[in-house]
Ligand binder design. Structure first.
Ligand SMILES: CC(C)(COP(=O)(O)OP(=O)(O)OC[C@H]1O[C@@H](n2cnc3c(N)ncnc32)[C@H](O)[C@@H]1OP(=O)(O)O)[C@@H](O)C(=O)NCCC(=O)NCCS
Length: 176
C-alpha cells in the first residue's frame, strides 16, 4: 500500500528581514528575491513530505499586490496540498510585517509544483498527502483542477484529457 503522510507534517515557516541588498532603488523588496525565498520554503515542504531530493517543476501565479519595504519582516508559510505520483503541489502564503507600527499584511500566495527525483534525476513516487483541516481539504480538492490547468498550459496534457476542466474549456467528451 502507498505510504501516507499528513499534510501538516510538511508545514514549514521561514522568517526573513528585508535588508538593503534585497531591495530596488525605491527601497522595496525585489520580486526575484521574494521568489527565491518562496522556492526555498516550498522546496523544504516538498522534501519533508517526500523525504527525497526535489526539483521545481512549475510556479503558478506569483503576483505582487503590495510592495514590501526595507526593514519589513517577511514570513513565508508553506505546505503540501496534494501529492500525485511523483509531483507535489505546495501552497505558499507570504506575510509582510512592519514591527514598529504593528502592521502585518498578507502580501501574496502561490502554488509551486515539485517533483521528487532519485540521484540520477529520474522522477520517483511520493507518499499520498492526507488533508485534515477544512482549509487543507479545500486546497486538496482544488489541486486536481490546478494540476490539469498547469499541465495543459505547459503542453503536457491535451485539454480534452483535462476532465476536471471540461466546464471551463467547454469541451465535449470526445473532443480531440
Ligand atoms: C520536472 C522533471 C523531473 C519532470 O521530468 P519528466 O521526465 O518530464 O518526468 P515525467 O514526465 O515522468 O513527469 C514527472 C512528474 O512531473 C510532472 N511535471 C512535469 N512537468 C510539469 C510541469 N510543467 N508542471 C507541473 N508538473 C509537471 C508530471 O506531471 C509528473 O507528475 P506525476 O508523477 O505526479 O504524475 C524534469 O522536467 C526536470 O528535471 N526539470 C528540471 C527541474 C529543474 O531543474 N528545476 C529548477 C528550475 S530552475
Amino acid at each position: 500500500m502507498r505510504k501516507q503522510k499528513k499534510v501538516s507534517e510538511s508545514y514549514v515557516i521561514m522568517t526573513e528581514l528585508v535588508l538593503p541588498n534585497d531591495t530596488n532603488t525605491l527601497h522595496n523588496l525585489m520580486g526575484g528575491k521574494m521568489m527565491h525565498w518562496m522556492d526555498i520554503v516550498s522546496a523544504i515542504a516538498a522534501q519533508k513530505h517526500s523525504n527525497r531530493i526535489v526539483v521545481t517543476a512549475s510556479v503558478d501565479n506569483v503576483s505582487f499586490a503590495e510592495s514590501i519595504k526595507l526593514g519589513n519582516v517577511v514570513t513565508l508559510e508553506a505546505k503540501v496540498t496534494r501529492a500525485f505520483s511523483s509531483s507535489m503541489e505546495v501552497h505558499i502564503v507570504v506575510y509582510a510585517e512592519d514591527i514598529p507600527s504593528g502592521k502585518k499584511v498578507m502580501s501574496n500566495q502561490a502554488f509551486f509544483t515539485f517533483v521528487a527525483v532519485d540521484q540520477s534525476g529520474k522522477a520517483i513516487d511520493v507518499p499520498e498527502a492526507i488533508p485534515e483541516t477544512e482549509e487543507e481539504i479545500r486546497l486538496y480538492d482544488g489541486a486536481l483542477r490546478r494540476r490539469q490547468l498547469r499541465l495543459v498550459l505547459a503542453g503536457r496534457m491535451k485539454p480534452s484529457e483535462a476532465n476536471e476542466l471540461r466546464s471551463i474549456f467547454d469541451l465535449k467528451e470526445d473532443a480531440e
